[in-house]
Write a protein that binds this ligand. Structure first.
Ligand SMILES: [Zn+2]
Length: 401
């Protein structure tokens, strides 16, 4: 726990070893490895379902191999990103708006004459993977730059309720007990439901559950501090209930977390979107803003409007190929092989559909755009399969699709 009176802190304290974080770092690492293993097992299962079908008849059997190669388009932008601290990077985009990344998570701060507005509190930022003992808190990270010195964090905005993005909020509140916490009302409802049982697993570095927001809103809210303004807007469950658009008009920066991953195929299953239709619609909502820079919440790369357009094209390809795969009679073959296990056979049918869709999407000769997505979007080789499954199944059953 940090001393509320000790912030803003001097640069001399940056890098102070936090012994208690060593254990929690390894807990975080362990849980990450477990999650990655489960995901790998899931993909492996997709690719071995052809064993139920006659040899040579399964779309999964011919699935495009996973290489995990990262295309140039997915590399950090700007290229000047300097990880000199070994584990995080802060850079001013313009007019007092800074983005912060550890290469996996991103967030931003807005520095005004009257204090700081912080968006989200990812618990991973400040963890030094190369030297866990030198890990520092998110608050330390924020005060590692000259422009924040002497300015308190007065407002904290939650983009949404997922702990991997706000799990360090209690550290911020402990350091600044008067901080005003702002969130969509549905975000607060979800936080209230939390049992606390997952503490130390998803929260990673042993933080406390995120404090409830002190102010909630339903549709739109303008947040003003000193000479800085942010416009918050809720447009439906683009990722899950309560996920909001956060726009800085002066800086022309738009933040929307866990929807678009510039230069990358989204995290698996459309980044776990709770409404496939709303998720897909949100790309047009992003493009309706007048912005130059997009912050998506993951990887180190910032985005541009062109990245959103490219991501939309990729998803349009998947929609088209999923529809084709849903109609492909070959994918129904399992029902002729397994006749007394409808749920098991249906699972295999959907996996066949997803493999068929992914094979078409990852081949420039068979996908409508003609783009080789594996050479454009990071992780397309592995994540396309999961998006095909999610979109295909939504097309089949969702009434709002
Ligand atoms: Zn999320």
């Amino acid at each position: 726990m940090t001393n509320p009176r000790s912030y803003p802190r001097s640069n001399l304290e940056i890098g102070t070893p936090l012994v208690n974080k060593r254990f929690t770092f390894f807990a975080f690492l362990f849980s990450s490895i477990v999650l990655m293993s489960l995901y790998a097992a899931q993909v492996h299962a997709y690719q071995t379902n052809h064993g139920f079908l006659p040899p040579g008849t399964s779309a999964c059997e011919a699935h495009v191999p996973v290489t995990l190669n990262v295309p140039d388009n997915a590399l950090p932008v700007p290229a000047s990103a300097d990880y000199s601290h070994g584990f995080y990077h802060i850079e001013e985009i313009n007019n007092g708006l800074f983005y912060i990344t550890d290469g996996v998570y991103q967030t931003m701060i807005l520095v005004s004459h009257d204090g700081i507005i912080l968006v989200d509190a990812p618990p991973s930022i400040g963890i030094n993977n190369a030297d866990p003992a030198s890990s520092i808190t998110l608050v330390d990270v924020i005060y590692s730059i000259e422009q924040t010195q002497g300015k308190p964090i007065k407002k904290l905005i939650y983009s949404h309720s997922h702990i991997d993005h706000i799990g360090a909020a209690s550290i911020v509140r402990d350091a600044f007990p008067e901080v005003e916490i702002i969130a969509h009302k549905k975000t607060n409802e979800l936080i209230k439901k939390g049992s606390g049982e997952v503490e130390g697993i998803l929260q990673g570095i042993g933080t406390n559950p995120p404090p409830l927001a002190t102010e909630v809103f339903a549709k739109n809210k303008k947040v003003k501090l000193g000479n800085q303004v942010l416009k918050l807007s809720y447009k439906g469950p683009t990722h899950l209930d309560g996920n909001i658009f956060i726009y800085a008009p002066k800086q022309k920066v738009l933040l929307l977390i866990d929807v678009v991953f510039p230069g990358w195929s989204p995290f698996n299953n459309l980044a776990l979107a709770t409404s496939v239709h709303e998720y897909l619609e949100s790309y047009d909502e992003v493009l309706s803003y007048n912005f130059d820079t997009f912050i998506g919440g993951h990887v180190s790369r910032l985005g541009t409007p062109a990245d959103i357009t490219e991501g939309k094209l990729y998803l349009q390809d998947i929609k088209s190929n999923a529809l084709s795969a849903l109609k492909n009679p070959a994918n129904f073959a399992i029902f002729g092989v397994v006749q007394n296990n409808p749920l098991g056979a249906f699972n295999i049918y959907l996996n066949e559909m997803a493999c068929d869709c992914a094979n078409k999407t990852l081949n420039a000769n068979t996908t409508p755009s003609g783009i080789d997505w594996r050479s454009r979007l990071g992780s397309a080789d592995i994540n396309t399969l999961t998006h095909c499954w999610t979109i295909g199944e939504a097309m089949r059953i969702d009434a709002d699709f």
